[in-house]
Design a protein around this ligand. Structure first.
Ligand SMILES: Nc1ncnc2c1ncn2[C@@H]1O[C@H](COP(=O)(O)OP(=O)(O)O)[C@@H](O)[C@H]1O
Ligand SMILES: [Mg+2]
Length: 517
């Protein structure tokens, strides 16, 4: 475990270096197309992508955790989380490189993107940003748009430098030679990773992208970059008919194992950060958290959803039997009706247990039986479950436990539009006063009174998905992040004195790129 893990000065240097690179977003659609029947070579390319992308994402978080305002960084729980992130970062960058492969295999793995992209079949579709997040400062989205090139040969022409997709050219100067061509033109290319045919060192050793500062210089010198590649996920998948040497599956296995360890280490992150905020609130005697902290938590948790999705997807692709309806953890035919129905049952069950009811308020579902779209079912059921618990609680508390036979039903209506699938949950639970509307999206805002032994410290452990009826004030803000992560959104409208309508918008085209805080 990470107990006692210390960030050395040398590690800090690396963290700062990696944190100067922008993160790369992917879309659900790209993941699906990439991960269908993956060959060992394709999985290796995915490992390559992750062995560069995950350290970048983790480094951003470590740096941020270290620089939080109002002395929040000094809270013991925040420190613990920071050390987990740093330790995982360290493990990723220390991971033993791929052994030397034959030139033929290397050519297959690391062939230039220009070859792959000339054939539209080998191209993954581009992705789009989430329109609901325009107000949120997604630094990397901007960075990626403006500075979409990388270290190898970010130089002269400004065209898509052949090495620029770290995950294509994960190898130093990639021995296939393609990384060399347009490199070093104006001195911005800086030589790092431009091995010019140097021996393969493995992609963990590399610095493939141009750090932010350098990119700024490039922009100042009016270099126009190719603006498309950052919209793409991994390289296009590789053919299944190649016979890969044993080093390749072996590498994939070891890499997956490391990811499993990392994923488990971070299981208690949400609760530990929440504890950190509680520690801070106690130390400051604050009742609510400020806007800056709220925004940080939103960005931090959103980033965590992304990191865990990438890791979870990779582990699943490497370990699961192939299944007709699944690509990793993405269900290509997620049945909206069935997912909601199950969430209704679960929420009603929790409600009945909590209030000791024989029967919780009824829930009516109006949804086409055959409506399916590609999604991660766990994310959708989490959202619906949380929202239903809120509605059930509101109805029970407004109408009284004794009114069991006359609870007004909660209505769940699902419609399919051109871009979105929208789910509306309407309850007659009395609504929310307008004066409280500003607070409902803040973490830890709750009107539930918890008894002794029911608090965060005791009850809310290890998993985001096993929440009790209510009381932690994480239901709404986290559900909104899950909705937004894949290009959707969550909105709530209340009629004070009557009830609440919640709208869940889901991007049915799944072309939306991950938001990267
Ligand atoms: N459907 C609803 N009707 C009335 N109040 C609601 C509803 N949904 C949420 N709220 C209010 O918003 C608060 C925050 O909700 P949430 O983030 O899910 O946290 P929790 O359920 O743990 O309190 C709730 O405590 C409640 O006061
Ligand atoms: Mg709730």
């Amino acid at each position: 475990m990470s107990h006692g893990f210390k960030i050395t000065a040398a590690l800090w240097d690396k963290i700062h270096h990696f944190a100067s690179f922008p993160q790369t977003g992917v879309s659900l659609q790209q993941m699906v197309l990439f991960g269908q029947n993956p060959s060992q070579g394709t999985l290796l390319k995915a490992s390559q992508f992750l062995s560069e992308e995950l350290p970048v994402r983790l480094a951003h978080r470590v740096k941020e955790l270290d620089e939080l305002p109002h002395n929040l960084s000094a809270m013991p729980s925040i420190e613990r989380v920071k050390n987990w992130y740093a330790q995982s970062f360290d493990e990723l960058i220390q991971f033993p490189p791929l052994p030397t492969l034959s030139p033929d295999i290397r050519r297959l793995l690391f062939s230039p993107p220009s070859v792959a992209s000339s054939n539209p079949e080998h191209q993954l579709p581009s992705s789009t940003p989430n329109p609901s997040l325009e107000h949120m400062l997604l630094v990397d989205d901007i960075a990626n748009k403006n500075f979409p090139t990388s270290l190898d040969g970010s130089g002269s022409s400004g065209s898509l430098a052949s090495g620029s997709m770290g995950f294509y050219g994960g190898v130093n100067g990639s021995t296939s030679g393609w990384a060399i061509g347009n490199g070093n033109g104006n001195g911005n290319g800086n030589g790092n990773g431009n091995g010019n045919g140097a021996a393969v060192e493995g992609f963990n050793k590399l610095k493939l992208r141009v750090p932010m500062e350098r990119r700024l210089i490039s922009i100042q010198t009016q270099i126009i970059f190719h603006s498309d590649w950052r919209n793409r996920y991994y390289a296009a998948p590789l053919s299944a008919n190649i016979s890969w040497p044993p080093e390749v599956p072996d590498y994939n296995k070891r890499f997956t194992k490391m990811l499993e360890t990392i994923k488990t280490r971070h299981d208690p992150t949400v609760t530990t950060v929440a504890q950190g905020v509680l520690e801070w609130k106690r130390s400051q005697r604050a009742r609510h958290i400020g806007l800056d902290m709220q925004q940080w938590l939103d960005r931090f948790y959103l980033s965590r959803i992304g990191i865990r999705f990438l890791i979870g997807q990779h582990i699943a692709l490497n370990t699961q039997e192939s299944h007709r309806d699944y690509v990793g953890i993405i269900c290509t035919n997620a049945n909206v009706h069935d997912i909601i129905e199950e969430a209704i049952e679960n929420a009603r069950f929790v409600c009945e247990e909590h209030y000791a009811l024989f029967s919780s308020p009824p829930v009516q579902l109006i949804c086409p039986n055959n409506l399916t779209f590609p999604y991660v079912p766990g994310h959708l059921s989490h959202i619906i479950f949380e929202l239903l618990k809120n509605s059930l609680r509101a109805v029970v508390e407004r109408h009284g436990v004794g009114n069991e036979d006359n609870f007004p039903p909660i209505k769940v209506i699902v419609v399919e539009g051109k871009e979105d699938i929208t789910i509306k949950i309407s309850d007659e639970g009395g609504g929310i006063p307008r004066s409280a509307m500003g607070l409902i999206w803040t973490y830890m805002y709750t009107t539930m009174k918890l008894g002794p032994g029911e608090g965060l410290d005791e009850g809310f452990r290890d998993s985001d998905f096993k929440a009790p009826m209510a009381g932690f004030g994480y239901g709404l803000p986290l559900s909104r992040l899950y909705a937004r992560y894949f290009g959707g959104d969550l909105r709530l409208i209340s009629m004070d004195g009557f009830g609440t309508d919640v709208y869940i918008h889901l991007n049915r085209l799944s072309s939306s790129r991950e938001p990267l805080p």
